[in-house]
Design a protein around this ligand. Sequence first.
Ligand code: FAD
Ligand code: SIN
Length: 521
Amino acid sequence: MKVDYLVIGTGVAGLSFALKASKFGKVCMIAKDNAEETSTKYAQGGIAAVMYDPDTYAKHIKDTMIAGCELSDPEIVRITITESTARVKELVEWGVDFDKNRTGKFDLAREGGHSEFRVLHHKDETGLEIEQKLYQKAKENANIEILENYFAVELITQHHLGVKVTKHSSDICCYGAYVYNPHSKKVETFLAKITVVATGGIGNIYGNTTNPRVATGDGVAMVHRAKGAVRGMEFVQFHPTTLYNPNERPAFLITEALRGAGAELKDWHGNAFMKKYDERGSLAPRDIVSRAVDHEIKISGESHVFLDARHLEKSVFFNHFPNIYSKCLSIGIDATKDMIPVVPAAHYSCGGIWVDKWGKTSINHLYALGECSSTGLHGANRLASNSLLEALVFSHRACEHSSNLLPNIDFQEGIQDWNAEGTVSNEEMILVTQSVRELQAMMSYYVGIVRSDHRLQRAFDRLNIIYRETEDLYQHSEVTKPICELRNMICTAYLIIREAMKRKESLGLHYSIDYPPKNNE
Ligand code: FAD
Ligand code: SIN
């Protein structure tokens, strides 16, 4: 396969890039599941953007910087927020339908850390609306081919021409990817002039996550193995309110917008507890609310806390949160009469593949977009509903940048075929599935919302064992999706633990009992 643009991932980042890049060349998109099975599809709350008075770019910038504990890159924050209005208008032109109020203006919601109502939404299924509309447009586009159930295994660089590449090499170049074809059952060479990694999140390295099963950190791991730069991986965002429904995977999200509409977190005695932790109460930034919920669960010894939305008008549920209402009802909870049991769950990776303000990675001709990337927007903690926005803004910028390079790039010759010599079919899936379970338990207990040096060291030591066993298995096994995913999850976990061990302070989403926050937060 030879193509101008190879886009790995069919969520909001990959699709919005592909729709634009298709004006400049042929695009091949690959998804490791069906194309719509993405985190994008599950996004509920919406997309943050400055639309009307009294909101201003300055206010959204300030909220983003505060949520990010001032670790966000101010220039990237400025770019993202000031380009928000244009990107949202473009989504509307592409057919995305955001709810409007009686006056015909967009019905803006409010979420934690936002000083204004600025979240555009489509009921409580904003992501589904975006994914479906963009996917439909991509399917109709003659310059875009979408391959479902194809799995990107490794990025191709000079390493596959027999040249030594290290993380200190300054001129690493990407020539495409080795991709597992489910029909031929072989790993094939996909050569591309421009390669885009838009592989989404990492949630499945934890026991409880809102992320769909596709979120196993593949892009981050592939770029790390290709010697590209990765940063900020210690900042894993846990969403404070997912429905407590043991064994459901992914965990069902109860959107923060419900708290924005007035729902309150309560303990087992029916007491609202958030004001004990932060004057902003249930709408404090997510790191603070998740830690508070975690603490309440630990001191009560119970498995969850509650979100009380009983006082909201029924019409609020029916008009804005119908999906949440019916999901709760399906497990016997009438949210207009009963409190909703909730627990935190791994939700979003604020770190990822380092990119510049054009979405370009440290490797030439390779871009990273969406959740797998680290633009510098989120700093130590992401402001709610800023991620769909980030994906749109940097997909646009990456297309502008890469389309200028495209005419001067040729397909690389001399790339070695995938070497499957000496590998056999792995007849014992338990060797993979049990390692996944061990990894998830270890990450949840030792590298979760609250950490310590001791827990991190334990996690590191245990990970090392799983790593060695898995590498040995991988060297002798035919390539399959489960073993590749396990490898990628181990690599991602390693990057999180390594960065967390280096950070000798509590900051934003990285909270260590050994380094209490300086401001007594
Ligand atoms: P995704 O949408 O996750 O797409 C990833 C793609 O990569 C998939 O197509 C997958 O198949 C493909 N892929 C991965 N690995 C491989 C591989 N090895 N080979 C081939 N293909 C691969 N953000 C907001 O801003 N507002 C919200 O309201 C909001 N709500 C959320 C609710 C939930 C439940 C979740 C989980 C997230 C939410 N987020 C929200 C976060 C946001 O949805 C995600 O960050 C964003 O959608 C990620 O988009 P993406 O395009 O980067 O990746
Ligand atoms: C939510 O709807 O609470 C999730 C929003 C987000 O993750 O940005």
